[in-house]
Design a protein. Sequence first.
Length: 374
Amino acid sequence: MLNDNVVYRLYNSWWKNIDKTIFLLILFLFSLGLFFSLASTSLIASDKLETNTYFFFFKHLAYILLGIAILIFFSSLNEKNLFRISIFLFFISVVLLLLVPLIGTEVKGAKRWLNLFFLPRFQPIELVKPFTIIFLASILSSEKSIHIYYKYFLSFIAIVPICFLLMIQPDIGQTLIIFLSWITLVFISGISLVVFLTFFIISLSSLIYMVFYISKFDYIKNRIFSFFNPETGTHGAQAAKSIDAISSGGFFGKGIGEGTLKYKGSETHTDFIISVISEEFGVVIIILILIVFLFFIYNIFKKVYLEQNEKIKLVLVGTITIIMCQALIHVGVNIRLFPTTGMTLPFLSYGGSSIIGVSIISGIILNLTKRKIK
Protein backbone atom coordinates (compact mmCIF):
# COMPACT_ATOMS: atom_id res chain seq x y z
CA MET A 1 0.00 0.00 0.00
CA LEU A 2 2.86 2.35 0.85
CA ASN A 3 4.48 1.72 -2.52
CA ASP A 4 1.16 2.35 -4.26
CA ASN A 5 0.83 5.66 -2.43
CA VAL A 6 4.36 6.69 -3.43
CA VAL A 7 3.70 5.82 -7.08
CA TYR A 8 0.41 7.71 -6.99
CA ARG A 9 2.05 10.81 -5.48
CA LEU A 10 4.84 10.73 -8.08
CA TYR A 11 2.33 10.33 -10.90
CA ASN A 12 0.11 13.07 -9.48
CA SER A 13 3.05 15.45 -9.17
CA TRP A 14 4.22 14.65 -12.71
CA TRP A 15 0.76 15.08 -14.26
CA LYS A 16 0.04 18.26 -12.31
CA ASN A 17 3.22 20.02 -13.45
CA ILE A 18 3.75 19.03 -17.08
CA ASP A 19 2.41 21.19 -19.90
CA LYS A 20 -0.68 19.19 -20.86
CA THR A 21 -1.13 20.93 -24.22
CA ILE A 22 2.35 19.92 -25.36
CA PHE A 23 1.93 16.41 -23.94
CA LEU A 24 -1.42 15.86 -25.70
CA LEU A 25 0.00 17.19 -28.98
CA ILE A 26 2.85 14.66 -28.71
CA LEU A 27 0.38 11.82 -28.06
CA PHE A 28 -1.78 13.00 -30.96
CA LEU A 29 1.19 13.02 -33.36
CA PHE A 30 2.23 9.53 -32.21
CA SER A 31 -1.36 8.34 -32.70
CA LEU A 32 -1.40 9.74 -36.23
CA GLY A 33 1.86 7.93 -36.94
CA LEU A 34 0.38 4.68 -35.66
CA PHE A 35 -2.75 5.07 -37.79
CA PHE A 36 -0.82 5.91 -40.96
CA SER A 37 1.57 3.04 -40.25
CA LEU A 38 -1.43 0.70 -40.31
CA ALA A 39 -2.71 2.27 -43.53
CA SER A 40 0.65 2.31 -45.33
CA THR A 41 2.27 -0.96 -44.21
CA SER A 42 -0.43 -3.59 -43.61
CA LEU A 43 -0.68 -4.59 -47.26
CA ILE A 44 3.10 -4.48 -47.66
CA ALA A 45 3.49 -6.97 -44.82
CA SER A 46 0.84 -9.21 -46.31
CA ASP A 47 2.06 -9.17 -49.93
CA LYS A 48 5.84 -8.86 -49.63
CA LEU A 49 6.67 -10.58 -46.35
CA GLU A 50 3.91 -13.19 -46.51
CA THR A 51 3.26 -12.72 -42.83
CA ASN A 52 0.66 -11.25 -40.48
CA THR A 53 -1.03 -8.27 -42.14
CA TYR A 54 -0.49 -6.23 -38.97
CA PHE A 55 3.20 -7.10 -38.51
CA PHE A 56 4.48 -3.52 -38.96
CA PHE A 57 1.55 -2.05 -37.04
CA PHE A 58 2.22 -4.09 -33.89
CA LYS A 59 5.94 -3.43 -34.18
CA HIS A 60 5.25 0.30 -34.50
CA LEU A 61 2.88 0.12 -31.52
CA ALA A 62 5.60 -1.56 -29.43
CA TYR A 63 8.07 1.19 -30.36
CA ILE A 64 5.56 3.90 -29.41
CA LEU A 65 4.81 2.28 -26.03
CA LEU A 66 8.56 2.09 -25.39
CA GLY A 67 8.88 5.70 -26.53
CA ILE A 68 6.14 6.89 -24.16
CA ALA A 69 7.88 5.12 -21.27
CA ILE A 70 11.14 6.88 -22.22
CA LEU A 71 9.28 10.19 -22.52
CA ILE A 72 7.79 9.83 -19.04
CA PHE A 73 11.17 8.90 -17.58
CA PHE A 74 12.98 11.96 -18.94
CA SER A 75 10.08 14.32 -18.20
CA SER A 76 9.82 13.14 -14.58
CA LEU A 77 13.48 13.74 -13.65
CA ASN A 78 14.38 16.82 -11.70
CA GLU A 79 16.28 19.41 -13.70
CA LYS A 80 19.67 18.73 -12.12
CA ASN A 81 19.44 14.98 -12.70
CA LEU A 82 18.22 15.51 -16.27
CA PHE A 83 21.35 17.47 -17.18
CA ARG A 84 23.66 15.10 -15.29
CA ILE A 85 22.22 11.96 -16.93
CA SER A 86 22.12 13.62 -20.36
CA ILE A 87 25.82 14.52 -20.27
CA PHE A 88 26.65 10.92 -19.32
CA LEU A 89 24.41 9.56 -22.09
CA PHE A 90 25.98 11.99 -24.57
CA PHE A 91 29.35 10.28 -24.20
CA ILE A 92 27.75 6.82 -24.29
CA SER A 93 25.90 7.68 -27.51
CA VAL A 94 29.06 9.07 -29.14
CA VAL A 95 30.84 5.80 -28.31
CA LEU A 96 27.98 3.91 -30.00
CA LEU A 97 28.31 6.21 -33.01
CA LEU A 98 32.03 5.46 -33.06
CA LEU A 99 31.26 1.72 -33.22
CA VAL A 100 29.15 2.10 -36.39
CA PRO A 101 32.05 2.19 -38.91
CA LEU A 102 33.71 -0.69 -37.03
CA ILE A 103 30.89 -3.19 -36.44
CA GLY A 104 27.87 -1.47 -37.99
CA THR A 105 25.40 -3.00 -40.44
CA GLU A 106 25.60 -1.80 -44.03
CA VAL A 107 22.38 -1.30 -45.98
CA LYS A 108 22.35 -0.03 -49.58
CA GLY A 109 25.90 1.29 -49.38
CA ALA A 110 25.41 3.15 -46.08
CA LYS A 111 26.67 1.93 -42.70
CA ARG A 112 24.46 3.71 -40.16
CA TRP A 113 23.07 0.98 -37.93
CA LEU A 114 24.15 -1.19 -35.02
CA ASN A 115 22.58 -4.59 -34.37
CA LEU A 116 21.78 -4.43 -30.66
CA PHE A 117 20.37 -7.59 -29.10
CA PHE A 118 17.26 -5.75 -27.86
CA LEU A 119 16.89 -3.38 -30.83
CA PRO A 120 18.15 -4.60 -34.22
CA ARG A 121 19.17 -1.98 -36.77
CA PHE A 122 19.39 0.88 -34.31
CA GLN A 123 20.78 4.26 -35.46
CA PRO A 124 22.98 5.74 -32.69
CA ILE A 125 22.61 9.24 -34.16
CA GLU A 126 19.03 9.30 -32.84
CA LEU A 127 20.50 9.07 -29.33
CA VAL A 128 23.28 11.52 -30.11
CA LYS A 129 21.05 14.40 -31.29
CA PRO A 130 19.11 15.27 -28.09
CA PHE A 131 22.09 14.82 -25.78
CA THR A 132 24.33 16.86 -28.10
CA ILE A 133 21.94 19.78 -27.67
CA ILE A 134 22.22 19.57 -23.89
CA PHE A 135 26.02 19.23 -24.09
CA LEU A 136 26.29 22.28 -26.38
CA ALA A 137 23.89 24.30 -24.21
CA SER A 138 25.98 23.43 -21.14
CA ILE A 139 29.11 24.77 -22.84
CA LEU A 140 27.50 27.94 -24.21
CA SER A 141 25.73 28.81 -20.95
CA SER A 142 28.66 27.98 -18.69
CA GLU A 143 29.14 30.55 -15.91
CA LYS A 144 32.91 30.09 -15.91
CA SER A 145 34.74 33.33 -16.64
CA ILE A 146 36.03 32.43 -20.09
CA HIS A 147 35.59 34.45 -23.27
CA ILE A 148 32.39 33.73 -25.18
CA TYR A 149 34.32 33.01 -28.39
CA TYR A 150 36.27 30.33 -26.55
CA LYS A 151 32.90 28.75 -25.67
CA TYR A 152 31.94 28.89 -29.36
CA PHE A 153 35.23 27.21 -30.23
CA LEU A 154 34.72 24.46 -27.62
CA SER A 155 31.17 23.83 -28.84
CA PHE A 156 32.43 23.60 -32.43
CA ILE A 157 35.11 21.11 -31.39
CA ALA A 158 32.34 19.05 -29.71
CA ILE A 159 30.40 18.60 -32.97
CA VAL A 160 33.38 18.02 -35.29
CA PRO A 161 33.87 14.29 -34.42
CA ILE A 162 30.11 13.70 -34.59
CA CYS A 163 29.85 15.31 -38.04
CA PHE A 164 32.92 13.40 -39.22
CA LEU A 165 31.51 10.05 -38.07
CA LEU A 166 28.21 10.85 -39.80
CA MET A 167 29.86 11.86 -43.06
CA ILE A 168 31.82 8.63 -43.35
CA GLN A 169 28.66 6.50 -42.86
CA PRO A 170 27.58 8.43 -45.09
CA ASP A 171 24.63 10.42 -43.69
CA ILE A 172 24.62 13.99 -44.96
CA GLY A 173 21.06 14.66 -43.72
CA GLN A 174 21.87 14.02 -40.05
CA THR A 175 25.17 15.91 -40.46
CA LEU A 176 23.21 18.95 -41.61
CA ILE A 177 20.82 18.69 -38.66
CA ILE A 178 23.68 18.55 -36.13
CA PHE A 179 25.44 21.49 -37.83
CA LEU A 180 22.25 23.58 -38.18
CA SER A 181 21.35 22.96 -34.53
CA TRP A 182 24.81 24.15 -33.47
CA ILE A 183 24.54 27.21 -35.73
CA THR A 184 21.15 28.04 -34.22
CA LEU A 185 22.42 27.79 -30.63
CA VAL A 186 25.45 29.94 -31.43
CA PHE A 187 23.27 32.52 -33.19
CA ILE A 188 20.76 32.94 -30.33
CA SER A 189 23.54 33.03 -27.74
CA GLY A 190 24.47 36.51 -28.98
CA ILE A 191 27.31 36.11 -31.47
CA SER A 192 28.26 39.08 -33.64
CA LEU A 193 26.35 38.99 -36.93
CA VAL A 194 29.51 39.76 -38.93
CA VAL A 195 31.40 36.84 -37.32
CA PHE A 196 28.38 34.59 -37.77
CA LEU A 197 27.97 35.38 -41.48
CA THR A 198 31.71 35.04 -42.10
CA PHE A 199 31.80 31.59 -40.50
CA PHE A 200 28.63 30.55 -42.35
CA ILE A 201 30.09 31.54 -45.73
CA ILE A 202 33.36 29.73 -44.99
CA SER A 203 31.44 26.60 -43.91
CA LEU A 204 29.23 26.68 -47.00
CA SER A 205 32.27 27.12 -49.28
CA SER A 206 34.04 24.22 -47.57
CA LEU A 207 30.99 21.99 -48.00
CA ILE A 208 30.72 22.81 -51.71
CA TYR A 209 34.43 22.09 -52.16
CA MET A 210 34.16 18.70 -50.40
CA VAL A 211 31.12 17.67 -52.42
CA PHE A 212 32.58 18.47 -55.83
CA TYR A 213 36.31 17.88 -55.37
CA ILE A 214 36.73 15.07 -52.81
CA SER A 215 35.88 11.61 -54.16
CA LYS A 216 34.80 10.34 -50.72
CA PHE A 217 31.71 12.55 -51.03
CA ASP A 218 30.74 11.61 -54.57
CA TYR A 219 27.52 10.11 -53.20
CA ILE A 220 26.32 13.63 -52.31
CA LYS A 221 27.16 14.91 -55.78
CA ASN A 222 25.35 11.94 -57.35
CA ARG A 223 22.23 12.66 -55.31
CA ILE A 224 22.31 16.32 -56.33
CA PHE A 225 22.63 15.35 -60.00
CA SER A 226 19.84 12.78 -59.72
CA PHE A 227 17.72 15.46 -58.04
CA PHE A 228 17.95 17.63 -61.16
CA ASN A 229 17.72 14.64 -63.49
CA PRO A 230 15.62 11.84 -61.90
CA GLU A 231 16.56 9.38 -64.66
CA THR A 232 20.23 9.34 -63.60
CA GLY A 233 19.72 7.45 -60.30
CA THR A 234 17.37 5.46 -58.11
CA HIS A 235 17.12 8.25 -55.52
CA GLY A 236 15.88 10.73 -58.09
CA ALA A 237 13.43 8.18 -59.46
CA GLN A 238 12.02 7.56 -55.97
CA ALA A 239 11.56 11.30 -55.45
CA ALA A 240 9.80 11.57 -58.83
CA LYS A 241 7.42 8.77 -57.81
CA SER A 242 6.81 10.63 -54.56
CA ILE A 243 5.70 13.85 -56.24
CA ASP A 244 3.57 11.85 -58.70
CA ALA A 245 1.81 10.18 -55.75
CA ILE A 246 1.09 13.55 -54.14
CA SER A 247 -0.29 14.88 -57.44
CA SER A 248 -2.46 11.82 -58.04
CA GLY A 249 -3.91 12.04 -54.52
CA GLY A 250 -5.18 15.58 -55.10
CA PHE A 251 -6.92 17.48 -52.32
CA PHE A 252 -8.82 14.60 -50.75
CA GLY A 253 -6.84 11.48 -51.72
CA LYS A 254 -7.69 8.20 -53.41
CA GLY A 255 -8.98 6.59 -50.24
CA ILE A 256 -7.43 4.40 -47.56
CA GLY A 257 -5.59 1.43 -49.03
CA GLU A 258 -5.89 2.75 -52.59
CA GLY A 259 -2.44 4.28 -52.89
CA THR A 260 0.26 2.66 -55.05
CA LEU A 261 3.44 4.45 -53.88
CA LYS A 262 3.89 2.08 -50.92
CA TYR A 263 4.46 -0.79 -53.40
CA LYS A 264 7.06 1.13 -55.45
CA GLY A 265 9.80 1.63 -52.87
CA SER A 266 11.29 -0.06 -49.82
CA GLU A 267 11.37 3.01 -47.54
CA THR A 268 8.01 4.64 -48.29
CA HIS A 269 6.70 4.15 -44.73
CA THR A 270 9.77 5.91 -43.32
CA ASP A 271 11.43 8.38 -45.72
CA PHE A 272 8.34 9.08 -47.88
CA ILE A 273 5.48 8.75 -45.39
CA ILE A 274 4.15 12.22 -46.30
CA SER A 275 3.74 11.16 -49.93
CA VAL A 276 1.95 7.94 -48.92
CA ILE A 277 -0.40 9.89 -46.66
CA SER A 278 -1.03 12.52 -49.34
CA GLU A 279 -1.81 9.92 -52.01
CA GLU A 280 -4.40 8.13 -49.90
CA PHE A 281 -5.81 10.94 -47.73
CA GLY A 282 -5.10 14.09 -49.76
CA VAL A 283 -3.13 17.31 -49.44
CA VAL A 284 -5.73 18.63 -47.00
CA ILE A 285 -4.58 16.09 -44.38
CA ILE A 286 -0.93 17.06 -44.96
CA ILE A 287 -1.82 20.72 -44.36
CA LEU A 288 -3.59 19.76 -41.12
CA ILE A 289 -0.55 17.73 -39.99
CA LEU A 290 1.73 20.70 -40.66
CA ILE A 291 -0.64 22.95 -38.68
CA VAL A 292 -0.37 20.54 -35.72
CA PHE A 293 3.44 20.70 -35.97
CA LEU A 294 3.31 24.52 -36.08
CA PHE A 295 1.00 24.63 -33.04
CA PHE A 296 3.37 22.27 -31.20
CA ILE A 297 6.36 24.49 -32.03
CA TYR A 298 4.41 27.65 -31.10
CA ASN A 299 3.60 26.28 -27.63
CA ILE A 300 7.26 25.52 -26.98
CA PHE A 301 8.42 28.95 -28.15
CA LYS A 302 5.89 30.51 -25.77
CA LYS A 303 7.73 28.75 -22.95
CA VAL A 304 11.09 29.89 -24.31
CA TYR A 305 9.89 33.50 -24.30
CA LEU A 306 8.92 33.29 -20.61
CA GLU A 307 12.00 31.31 -19.50
CA GLN A 308 14.73 33.19 -17.60
CA ASN A 309 17.35 30.43 -17.42
CA GLU A 310 19.74 30.73 -20.38
CA LYS A 311 20.64 27.04 -20.43
CA ILE A 312 17.00 25.93 -20.53
CA LYS A 313 16.31 28.43 -23.32
CA LEU A 314 19.16 27.02 -25.39
CA VAL A 315 18.07 23.41 -24.84
CA LEU A 316 14.45 24.14 -25.79
CA VAL A 317 15.44 26.05 -28.92
CA GLY A 318 17.95 23.34 -29.87
CA THR A 319 15.51 20.46 -29.45
CA ILE A 320 12.74 22.19 -31.39
CA THR A 321 15.29 23.08 -34.09
CA ILE A 322 15.99 19.36 -34.56
CA ILE A 323 12.28 18.62 -34.98
CA MET A 324 11.72 21.59 -37.32
CA CYS A 325 14.75 20.86 -39.50
CA GLN A 326 13.93 17.17 -39.73
CA ALA A 327 10.28 17.86 -40.64
CA LEU A 328 11.24 20.51 -43.22
CA ILE A 329 13.85 18.26 -44.85
CA HIS A 330 11.43 15.32 -44.93
CA VAL A 331 8.63 17.36 -46.51
CA GLY A 332 11.10 19.09 -48.85
CA VAL A 333 12.40 15.75 -50.13
CA ASN A 334 8.86 14.46 -50.65
CA ILE A 335 7.87 17.47 -52.77
CA ARG A 336 11.24 17.53 -54.58
CA LEU A 337 12.55 20.75 -53.06
CA PHE A 338 15.64 18.90 -51.77
CA PRO A 339 17.65 15.84 -52.87
CA THR A 340 16.82 12.60 -51.03
CA THR A 341 18.44 12.31 -47.61
CA GLY A 342 16.76 9.34 -45.94
CA MET A 343 15.17 11.59 -43.33
CA THR A 344 12.20 10.38 -41.30
CA LEU A 345 9.29 12.59 -40.24
CA PRO A 346 9.32 13.03 -36.44
CA PHE A 347 6.49 11.20 -34.61
CA LEU A 348 4.86 9.89 -37.80
CA SER A 349 7.44 7.78 -39.65
CA TYR A 350 7.82 4.08 -38.91
CA GLY A 351 11.09 3.04 -37.24
CA GLY A 352 12.34 2.24 -33.75
CA SER A 353 15.38 4.53 -33.83
CA SER A 354 13.35 7.53 -34.96
CA ILE A 355 10.61 6.98 -32.38
CA ILE A 356 13.08 6.52 -29.51
CA GLY A 357 15.03 9.62 -30.57
CA VAL A 358 11.96 11.86 -30.79
CA SER A 359 10.65 10.41 -27.49
CA ILE A 360 13.85 11.48 -25.73
CA ILE A 361 13.54 14.95 -27.27
CA SER A 362 9.88 15.13 -26.22
CA GLY A 363 10.73 14.02 -22.67
CA ILE A 364 13.39 16.74 -22.41
CA ILE A 365 10.94 19.35 -23.75
CA LEU A 366 8.21 18.29 -21.30
CA ASN A 367 10.72 18.35 -18.44
CA LEU A 368 11.91 21.88 -19.16
CA THR A 369 8.46 23.33 -19.91
CA LYS A 370 6.69 21.96 -16.83
CA ARG A 371 5.47 24.23 -14.10
CA LYS A 372 8.20 25.16 -11.65
CA ILE A 373 7.52 24.20 -8.04
CA LYS A 374 8.39 27.08 -5.72
